[in-house]
Design a protein around this ligand. Sequence first.
Ligand code: C5P
Length: 411
Amino acid sequence: MTRGVFDRSTRFGGRRLHLGVCGSVACCKSAELLRSWRKLDIHVSATLTDAAQHFVKPLLFESLGAFPVYEGMFDFRTDVFAHLEPGSRADVFVLAPASADALSRLAQGAASDMLSAQVLAFDGPLILAPAMNPRMWGNKAAKANVDTLLERGAVLVGPDSGDVACGEAGQGRLAPLPEIFLAALRALAPQDMAGLHVLVTLGATREPWDGMRYWSNPSSGLMGAGLAVCAWLRGARVTAVCGSGCASLLPRAITACGVSRAREMFEAARDIWPQTDMGMFAAAVADFSPVEIGARKFKKSLAPEGLSIAFTPNPDILATLAATRRPSQKVLGFAAESAPDMQSLLALAREKRADKMADVLAANCINRQGSGFGSPTNAVAVTDVRGREETWPEQDKADIAWNLCSWLLTL
Ligand code: C5P
């Protein structure tokens, strides 16, 4: 699984997830999912159907930290009520991969095998990530089963379209693992941002000065992606305006609008802003754009003595949108600063919050290890419109995002 923005969050430690694994070539990928939830200290138990055990062994899941790992209905000797266990303990039940056969048994309310019985005895959030041959997925019988389960409140992740193991192509591939991973976290997260529409800007803008070169900065977009994913996990609808290359950090449930130049980011954010309840402006926007010296590649032979480029200012997205907001719209801004210590950083945050008319402003040092551009962690000084001020030591950007969302909800 590729590195995601929430794969080191501390927010989900101690929660309980039950993983159902059905027979499919894709069941080898379940082990990877198990590892990613275990990294967050989520307690994972698992059930492998008989069919799954033809592809993978319980020992693999046990070795990766799943406990207990259930097999057949009558193979589990230590607890005669094992078929009820996840139902009484798990906070979320994920079937990945969910086979056509399992979906059929679940839709019927069968209890003839361990997995079906466990699902029947579970009344929490159920997440289904199907994987099967495209003709099976397209069959009306499979569709009716899925519709029944959706009507009962199950959440469907995928399946995706593409090549499948049998050599055919079509819809039936297991969804990308980060989508399944995050769907489970959403089911575990408080839904305290439900009903809100949140705008997030993230990443770096690129300002071209000839046909192939541009002016930019090293922002990775991780802090903004952390905020966007966090708001979505907590129930918000999120629209993200993404600088170069960072839309791929977001799950598909977030509407991502990819832009390149600061002016494009401004126009996209300005158009969405009136429909939203909250703006989180985490993008590293170029304050100036070079005056382009042509649409073709500039030849260095034309400037043997060196090159001077003129710059024009860009609109300040945060300041402009904060100034035109409805009173109910909340605004979070950032500041990338060079400061000798956290108290000086806090002073800079205070000044910038007032200048930009943000409700909350988080400043981070670009001249500190474990903080700022490209780092998975950040250390910030935060201040708000009511005078609350805090400095937070280095922590994962997902945790910073979580705390900032909580802070905004108090205003
Ligand atoms: O003024 P400065 O660049 O330090 O401000 C940083 C904050 O302002 C960030 O929240 C950034 O996203 C936002 N900003 C903006 N448009 C600009 C410059 C900064 O939205 N042109």
